[in-house]
Design a protein around this ligand. Structure first.
Ligand code: ADP
Length: 380
């Protein structure tokens, strides 16, 4: 019995109403028993003092009758009041139970269904009331639905990620397996070219795994940001030092043109280095020999815009909105052959935003170069 009560909010509410009524009745009964008679006596004594000269001895009998009748009337009234309030308690507790217990129960069942994997489960929220006018329970329901939606979204991303990773791993694995079988069957010659092909597929797998590891790290925010003020020229010099040789080898010009009065920026040196290496590296990768990559910067009040432009292969307009989505590549086969996993820009966006900036892309279209611009807060 006790455990049944403990498990049911509606019964607890009903019992608390009954307790309040019981306490009220006890207080009333005690008052009627102890306080009312003495008060009544006092008033009656004052009255009989006035009436005795007129009524003589019969005053005492009248007093007793009056007192007994008054007590009977009080007891009757109290029984009626207790009955009426008990009926009201039952009705009110039924109503409150419906209003309080039903939504709580609905949320309990919904959370149970969500924990079983039904992420599309939602609870009812009054639709005809504005958000500010919702009571605590409806607010809870609203937040519950938001939590369910975000869980659903996470689940969709997780499934998509597994599908993407599986797809990305399959291609190089199939190539390695094919080459190995070719070697065993004697279809492929056991020469340097074949082995080199196998190594380059293995390297691609390695890059993909490294990129995925880095992506999961930055997505989870599992890194520390050490924000300090830096001169943009110093940040760029580090990237230039790392990539300069590759530019020379490919025959692409790297030009850095910064205004003299550029304010310092607030950034994490390592993370912004990663961003620049990625953007300048991409510009180099997607620009043919003889082309040019230019890095410029502009003071925009509270921010500095840093732009990496190239006159390479460009990006058709329909691809621009998707570039920062993981595994997205404009030219799947070409980019893959070049080793791209389509994760670099996703990481870049997360890192730029973590440092208080944003990033966007412009391109006049295929063959007409592209510009990647990101902003950083100034240190003023
Ligand atoms: P990837 O490792 O494939 O380069 P990214 O996320 O860095 O992955 O880039 C995503 C895609 O955006 C690339 O596959 C490429 O199609 C396109 N892209 C990025 N930078 C440039 C650029 N400078 N010029 C043309 N296309 C680019």
């Amino acid at each position: 019995m006790l455990s049944y009560i403990r498990r049911h909010l509606g019964i607890k509410l009903f019992i608390s109403y009954l307790t309040v009524i019981l306490v009220g009745v006890i207080v009333l009964a005690t008052t009627a028993e102890f306080v009312v008679p003495s008060a009544f006596d006092r008033h009656l004594a004052a009255m009989s003092a006035m009436m005795s000269p007129m009524m003589g001895d019969s005053t005492n009998n009248l007093e007793l009758d009056l007192f007994n009748n008054f007590r009977a009337a009080v007891t009757e009234a109290m029984i009626l009041a207790a009955l009426a309030s008990s009926v009201v308690a039952v009705l009110v507790s039924l109503l409150v139970s419906r209003q309080v217990v039903a939504p709580v129960r609905e949320m309990m069942l919904a959370s149970q269904r969500i924990s079983e994997g039904h992420y599309n489960e939602r609870v009812q929220v009054p639709g005809d009331v504005s958000k500010d006018e919702l009571d605590e329970l409806s607010q809870l329901a609203l937040r519950f639905n938001r939590m369910a939606a975000s869980l659903e979204q996470t689940e969709v991303i997780r499934r998509q990620l597994i599908a993407d990773v599986t797809h990305e791993l399959r291609t190089p694995l199939t190539a390695v397996k094919g080459s190995m079988e070719g070697l065993i069957d004697g279809v492929l010659p056991a020469d340097e070219g074949t082995f080199q092909q196998i190594i380059s597929e293995a390297e691609r797998l390695q890059r993909l795994v490294n990129d995925l590891q880095e992506l999961s790290r930055v997505e989870a925010g599992a890194y520390e940001l050490n924000i300090h003020s830096y001169r943009v020229s110093d940040l760029l010099a580090a990237a230039e030092a790392r990539l300069g040789r590759q530019f020379e080898e490919k025959g692409v010009t790297l030009e850095i043109a910064l205004p003299n009065d550029l304010p310092q920026v607030l950034a994490d040196e390592d993370r912004i280095g990663q961003v620049l290496l990625n953007l300048v590296g991409n510009a180099l990768q997607y620009t043919p020999p003889g082309g040019k990559v230019q890095v410029t910067a502009a003071d925009q009040r509270d921010e500095v815009y840093i732009a990496v432009s190239d006159n390479g292969m460009g990006i058709p307009a329909e691809h621009l909105p998707h570039l920062f989505t993981r595994f997205y590549r404009v030219d799947k086969s070409r980019s893959r052959a070049g080793g791209g996993s389509g994760i670099g820009l996703t990481i870049v966006k997360i890192l730029v935003e973590a440092q208080g900036g944003s990033i966007w892309t412009q391109s006049e279209g295929a063959g007409r170069g592209s510009t990647f611009t990101f902003s950083l807060p100034t240190a003023r």
